[in-house]
Design a binder for this molecule. Sequence first.
Ligand SMILES: Cc1ncc(COP(=O)(O)O)c(C=O)c1O
Length: 385
Amino acid sequence: MVKPVARLFQTPEKNIMAEIGKTASLMENVIDLSIGDPDMTTPKPLIDATTQAMLNGKTHYTASNGDLEYLQAIVNFHNQKFSSNYKLENVRATDGASHATDLAFGALLDPEDEVIIFSPYFSPYKVQVEQFHATPVFVTCKEEHNFEPQKEDIEAAITSKTKVILVNSPNNPTGAVYDKSTLQDIADLAEKYDLYLIADEVYWPYVFNNHEFTPLENMAPGRTLVTGSLSKVFAMTGFRIGYLLGPTAVVDAAGLLNEGVAYTAPSMAQSAGSYGLQNERSLSAPLQDEFGKRLAYLGEELNRLSWAKTIPVAGSIYLFLDISGSGMDDVQFSDYLLEKAGILVIPGQAFGQAGKGFIRIAATQGMDQLQKAVDGFKKLDFSKH
Ligand SMILES: Cc1ncc(COP(=O)(O)O)c(C=O)c1O
């Protein structure tokens, strides 16, 4: 007998997504709208910049906090684009935003601390908190509030143990883009109760229908950590490149933790990141337009169905569809959708209890596939259920 793995992983929760994914892998011609990975190839100038960087020798470790050029590009980008006031000591290169979030939690959390997470939520957050023996506290965001958290609900969830509020806008999975006043409420609560904020802003360019992205970083700068990612901004998920920005003491502590985790980020991906941030508008605008078009199409078509309901998409690359009118729960619905129409989506409850009754549709396929998907949705018949 060998001793078991850590208690946290001994009785894993049911992995709804893995089960549906397994069924889908046995089927042919499935329209996969499950994965939050832009289908577009990374823009060629970025690939060229990476290749050139490798030919120039960027194949080694960089300094543990990152390559100076990349760090400067991040600082310049945020200071110019969002009128922030960062210096090099506020930034660290990471292997994507998930790594940055992980380091931020590790740098901040002691056992028994609590982290407020708005639900539905990007599912990895829960374990990211629990691995440090801290406790996630979920605050439900409702469709009737456009999935934005309400100040009184957040305040009711704050206790003497609360250390961090995690904010993800534009939001995965709901597509909510938090209004400036909502973010100001959150920042005010952070000041009032002496809390840190972690701002996961990986979808920041993806805002539609006159919504505006408001960066949280300047509302409570001394207590806000931004977990940045180039994965979605430039369709470069496989490069594993992102960053952590925030107060120097926290960024330094994250560095100590990262010495034994990833040490630094891939050097050629950092070069790609520098190029990307220096040319952000021209590289990201076509992706943003394309996702805007796709989501508008899906929203309009699916809203026509008697059993489906969605609010106009504000942001992100996802549509969060209320399917409760079908008479099925979201897991049953997703199974049925796969079986009858060959369409793979994620049931809302994979993003927490608050996601029940919804499905998340990732617009990560071209228009031709989305048209086929819409036809498939239209053919569903719930009269026999
Ligand atoms: C809200 C959110 N945060 C973080 C990530 C991870 O991003 P990265 O590829 O930079 O680790 C994702 C990926 O889907 C996401 O949806």
